[in-house]
Design a protein around this ligand. Structure first.
Ligand SMILES: [Zn+2]
Length: 276
């Protein structure tokens, strides 16, 4: 079987199972939890549901509230939608989890490509993967905040992150130097943020200036410092010298995707020039 055949079969199978399960859920949801009477169906709404194995249009029933509900002080509310409970965000939890996991492991564009390559899911784009990852991570943060503070969380809180970017700026001809190396960045702790900028040639020691900035944010020579920058080795090295030891370096995807964008644009320009 080819991958495309498998995807088609999976999609058809998912459609049949999904419709069957929705019917089952809808019937079961009609039973009033308070008095066991069967509640009437108000109407059906057309809903689009996203799953790992495809996007499907389904008929979602809305159920009338039971008359026994009126005994409470509340005014009788609108109809209930049982599917909203099973499909928050109109998608399956498994799809949400995989979008978030691949989005965390790869660039958002690559995560979307992997999902589409192997699964008959609906078309994926980098922004939808990014938004999903953001939403899932916020939910994880919210659920973790209700738990008591554990030692590892306090350790994490004291860690510092340095975001760095650099540029060569050409000097005017009357200056003796040919160019200046400018470094701009931001240091973040769990509750504070400090921005800085320096010209490598202008300050006596760029590392000691950076060390001062780190100290201002409570750095005590022991905490882990994470550096997020492009592939230029001078930038994480600057932080290494400043902290006098190891740093954790993370390559930021934005810089990589910008490079690929240049290539894509160049190829697109050649193709349109060739056809024109
Ligand atoms: Zn009832």
């Amino acid at each position: 079987m080819l991958l495309e055949d498998a995807k088609t079969i999976l999609g058809q199978l998912q459609n049949a199972i999904l419709l069957d399960q929705i019917e089952e859920v809808s019937e079961a949801s009609r039973i009033c939890p308070d008095c066991d009477e069967v509640r009437a169906i108000h109407d059906y709404r057309s809903r689009v549901l996203d799953t790992l194995f495809g996007r499907f249009q389904v008929k979602a029933p809305r159920i009338r509230r039971c008359a026994c509900d009126a005994k409470s002080d509340d005014v009788l509310g609108g109809p209930l939608s049982p599917l909203a409970h099973f499909f928050p965000d109109r998608s399956t939890p498994e799809l949400q989890r995989l979008q978030a996991e691949l989005g965390a492991r790869h660039s958002f564009r690559e995560a979307a490509r992997i999902l589409e390559t192997f699964l008959p899911c609906a078309k994926q784009v980098n922004t939808s993967v990014r938004n999903r990852l953001g939403k899932v991570s916020r939910e994880i943060c919210d659920s973790e905040q209700t738990e008591p503070v554990v030692p590892s969380a306090t350790e994490e809180a004291s860690a510092l992150t340095v975001f760095l970017d650099g540029a060569h700026i050409r000097c005017r001809p009357e200056y003796q130097k040919r160019h200046l190396d400018v470094v701009v960045g931001k240091i973040e702790s769990h509750d504070k943020c400090r921005r800085f900028g320096l010209v490598q040639q202008a300050v006596l020691s760029p590392a000691s200036q950076l060390r001062q900035d780190l100290r201002a944010l409570g750095w005590d020579h022991k905490q882990t410092v994470t550096v997020i920058s492009d592939g230029e080795p001078a930038l994480p090295n600057l932080v290494r010298v400043a902290v006098g030891g190891k740093v954790r370096h993370i390559l930021d995807w934005w810089h990589i995707s910008m490079r690929i964008q240049h290539v894509e644009n160049a190829v697109a320009a050649r193709i349109s020039a060739g056809s024109g």
